[in-house]
Design a protein around this ligand. Structure first.
Ligand code: IMP
Length: 194
């Protein structure tokens, strides 16, 4: 079946495409179908936001849709930036680098280790079927210097538990072997049918 990925984030698109490469789906991006849709993430949980995105894209396209909402929760900051991870820096023009920099500034007054986790909720919206949402988590700690060239977002300052590597030092297959997004998306594979 056709499956629209409800994101324009190239990092997420690459990861999800690889995760679903063996599934029997034809993946489409919003650009593939000429759809420009910016959904306000007004929910107070990852699940609400993932479901808002999935429903909006599915209503606009009439296609089955897979969405994802992700956040980084840092213990020393009481779980922030959390569900506000994308809007952590108060500017529409902020980059991933700006967000990493602000996070490290806020953490600099706290003692290490800076324990953290990524949470991802992935939602599947298939027209005529109930929404399905699955959550994945990956634990680690924030480190004060950037390491690695892969990934995106907060990956370069997130040291993955049980490895000596940041998420940005893991290549695509390695990240997909352990990530929050991989766990959430893989849990939806059994439901990828009409
Ligand atoms: P959203 O899920 O698109 O709302 O992303 C929330 C924020 O978390 C954005 O700043 C992303 O860059 C960041 N983010 C999302 N997924 C990941 C990931 O897998 N690794 C690192 N940062 C991520």
């Amino acid at each position: 079946m056709k499956l629209l990925i409800a994101t324009t984030n190239p990092g997420k698109i690459t990861e999800i495409s690889s995760l679903l490469s063996q599934a029997n789906v034809e993946l489409l991006t919003p650009a593939d179908i000429g759809l420009e849709l910016d959904v306000d993430e007004t929910g107070s949980t990852y699940r609400e936001n993932a479901e808002l995105k999935a429903l909006a894209f599915s209503q606009a396209s009439r296609l089955p849709v897979l969405s994802d909402d992700t956040g980084l929760e840092v213990e020393a900051l009481g779980g922030l930036p959390g569900v506000r991870s994308a809007r952590f820096v108060n500017s529409a023009h902020a980059t991933d680098r700006d967000r990493r920099k602000l996070l490290l500034e806020k953490l600099s007054v706290h003692p290490r280790p800076w324990k953290a986790r990524f949470i991802c909720v992935a939602t599947l919206a298939i027209p005529g079927k109930p929404l399905r949402s699955m959550q994945g988590e990956c634990t680690g700690e924030i480190i004060p210097e950037e390491r690695g060239e892969y990934g995106f977002g907060y990956d370069a300052i997130f040291l993955v538990t049980g490895t000596q590597k940041t998420m940005a030092e893991l290549n695509l297959l390695e990240k997909n072997g352990i990530s929050h997004r991989a766990k959430a998306v893989q849990a939806l594979i059994p439901y990828l049918q009409y």
